[in-house]
Design a protein around this ligand. Structure first.
Ligand code: PFF
Length: 450
């Protein structure tokens, strides 16, 4: 495959791992995973989730990396470069750009909330409130217009600034700084949570599987969550894959990233559930778990005000490394396909995302009664992307690489042109051709049937 001269990638394997793990680790791990686990009965959900990450998540991440590194291009360019005369596959790349755009629009809303909560916690605004007042703060803030839009825009600007700095100086360096901080904060929070009296009940909830509490819908949510969490199905890992050095091992790199992502999700559970149980809160409270339940928990624990700031900082950092990966999908496309300057591409994409993202923000306030097929704009974007676009994108990708692209080429890329022994290649290829598409078809159909 010809290399693309305008394409400059990560400088080291650890840089690649941290950047991609940064893209994967995000609100999905610390906000979405705990509340889904809370709503789906705890330990059994975790077990099923782990199986999906190992069995399907890792192979699909490898698949994106293979497509990205083989082509050395953004998601649209990648499908164009690898599909030869069958031009239709380019549409799959465009599909990825659209998905990234929609995810970025609603994801930046919740990312913006973290900034507000960092400021509130640091200013002591959450301390001493009773549970009703904490809940009221949340509705008051999210239902407003100015502040949620302000913080969303701030988050978009922060992300745009990092992307403008480029792949090495922006994405890679940022990940090298932020990811260790994230792990450190998470470990600190774990220690705090585990040393609360009564924390064991939360651990039992998290780690003791009780399959009577897991429904078929719960299993599907676990599968959907694993895709969302690993950022699979819309080209984030294709884009980052194109920056991975030719000598790095894709198999090992994918395993590391998936493990990081899994560990962060589990540790987030270790932070949240012992504390929730220790203070008699409801683990099944849904999307508000982190923003409404946790501030109450912090209010009840020694040094809670400090830990509240640290927690929302952690959430903000996790969100930032993910929004960086979302914007990069779009900017890499604009730079490589449309020949825009990187700074122009990030500025224009940020502006456009803000216009659409603002509608998502306002759907908690002034637009809360504006519904399309029964959903607010925010919920609709969340539903369309996580339940349809990502699984459909992933399904078409497995068909492309597993059924259209020559097997020898796949093996050549995975084995670094035959210089590495890839023992599990046949297993990987079997999952790519059969297991992953079958699982994806089940998710898509069950999403449609409801
Ligand atoms: N994986 C991110 C999370 O768990 O928060 C969400 C995400 C980021 C999805 C980037 C898709 C993506 F391209």
């Amino acid at each position: 495959m010809s290399t693309n001269p305008t394409h400059r990638g990560f400088t080291s394997n650890i840089g690649a791992i941290l950047a991609a793990a940064g893209g994967a680790v995000g609100l999905g791990n610390i906000w979405r995973f705990p509340y889904m686990l809370g709503q789906n009965g705890g330990g059994a959900f975790l077990l099923v989730y782990i199986i999906f990450v190992l069995l399907i998540g890792i192979p699909l991440m490898m698949t994106e990396f293979i497509i990205g590194r083989r082509s050395q291009r953004n998601v649209v360019g990648a499908y164009r470069a690898l599909s030869g005369p069958r031009k239709g596959w380019v549409l799959l790349g465009i599909f990825g750009i659209v998905s990234a755009f929609l995810i970025y629009a609603f994801y930046s809303v919740v990312a913006g909330w973290t900034l507000n909560y960092i400021v509130m916690a640091a200013g002591g605004k959450l301390s001493g409130l009773d549970p009703a007042a904490v809940a009221q703060e949340f509705s008051f803030f999210t239902q407003g217009s100015f502040w949620p839009l302000f913080y969303q825009l701030l988050f978009l600007i922060l992300t745009g600034a990092v992307i403008t700095m480029g792949v090495q100086k922006g994405i890679e360096n940022m990940a090298k700084i932020l990811m260790p901080i994230l792990f450190l904060l998470l470990l600190l929070m774990c220690v705090r949570s585990l040393t609360l009296s009564g924390s064991h009940e939360g651990l039992r909830f998290l780690f003791e599987p009780d399959f009577s509490k897991l429904t078929g819908k719960g299993v599907l949510s676990a599968l959907g969550q694993s895709f969302f969490s690993l950022s699979i199905g819309m080209g984030a890992m294709i884009t980052y894959g194109s920056y991975i050095r030719k000598e790095d091992r894709l198999f090992k790199t994918s395993i590391w990233i998936a493990l990081c992502d899994l560990i962060v999700a589990i540790l987030a559970g270790v932070v949240i559930f012992p504390a929730v149980f220790a203070f008699g809160m409801d683990p099944a409270s849904g999307p508000e778990l982190v923003y409404v339940v946790l501030p109450n928990v912090f209010n009840n624990m020694p040094a809670g005000a400090l830990f509240a700031v640290l927690f929302f900082l952690l959430l903000g950092i996790a969100a930032l490394t993910s929004t960086i990966s979302l914007l990069e999908i779009i900017v890499a496309f604009a730079v490589e396909e449309l020949q825009w300057k990187r700074s122009t591409a990030s500025l224009v994409s940020t502006a456009v995302v803000f216009v659409v993202g603002a509608l998502c923000t306002l759907s908690f306030g002034p637009l809360q009664n504006f519904k399309i097929v029964g959903y607010t704009i925010f919920d609709l974007f969340d539903l369309i992307t996580a339940s349809y676009l990502m699984p459909i994108g992933a399904l078409l990708m497995t068909i492309f690489l597993g059924w259209f692209y020559p097997k020898v080429e796949v093996k050549d890329e995975l084995s670094n042109h035959g210089t590495l022994k890839v023992k599990a290649f046949e297993l990987y290829y079997f999952i790519l051709r059969y297991v992953a598409p079958a699982a994806l078809i089940v998710i898509i159909i069950s999403g449609i049937v409801g």
